[in-house]
Design a protein around this ligand. Structure first.
Ligand code: ZN
Length: 83
């Protein structure tokens, strides 16, 4: 497992360290709870290098998407006289 770590502008307060929303009046702000008012956000991400597609055990049928599965189940149920 590899890890990327970087310090970025706080995405919650835009780097200001302050938040002003509907609860605050004009000219009023609260300290950003994500960066504690620093304006900086420590970002980290764990990942593995891609070494090729892996196999998924136990899968016997694959659909292109979930809608195909729903349609297939409906056709099977209708053919059995069930809805
Ligand atoms: Zn912030």
């Amino acid at each position: 497992m590899k890890k990327i770590e970087m310090e970025i502008e706080c995405p919650y307060c835009g780097g200001t360290g302050l938040l002003s929303g509907m609860g605050e009046g004009d000219g009023t702000a609260v300290v950003c709870h994500q960066c504690n008012g620093t304006g900086v956000f420590s970002y980290s991400y764990l990942y593995k290098d891609f070494t090729g597609r892996k196999t998924k055990e136990g899968v016997k049928r694959v659909y292109l998407n979930s809608m195909q599965k729903i349609l297939y189940q409906r056709i099977v149920l209708e053919s059995l006289g069930k809805k």
